[in-house]
Design a protein around this ligand. Structure first.
Ligand code: ZN
Length: 107
């Protein structure tokens, strides 16, 4: 499942975020492995992994790695105005899946 960056609309796969992305931040491999094995959650804003993520362009709203508010793809892109603009940036296949799911939920 993808989560879109609320600032630029870039889709990020949740599996990638939890298990792969932390290895892109340049921390020692054993430190990163401990972080991933512990559920990819920051102990707080001063967590070295959080600092490493911020240095790579990430910002988070909480201790969850899935709570990002900006991502490395935000560089060079303007901030999206709202959720409607973000939805319009989705690939058409994702739009039809969401529409089908939404229609199913309304029945
Ligand atoms: Zn972004």
């Amino acid at each position: 499942m993808d989560i879109q960056c609320p600032s630029c609309g870039e889709p990020w796969d949740t599996y990638h975020m939890r298990y792969d992305e932390p290895y892109e931040w340049g921390e020692a491999r054993h430190v990163t492995k401990d972080f991933v094995d512990a559920g990819s959650r920051f102990s707080g804003p001063d967590d070295p992994m959080c600092k490493a993520a911020q240095a790579s362009g990430w910002q988070f709203a909480s201790n969850s790695i899935l709570s990002f508010t900006s991502c490395p793809s935000c560089k060079g892109r303007s901030v999206l105005a709202d959720a409607l603009v973000r939805r319009q940036s989705w690939p058409s296949q994702l739009k039809s899946t969401v529409m089908t799911t939404t229609a199913w939920l309304l029945i």
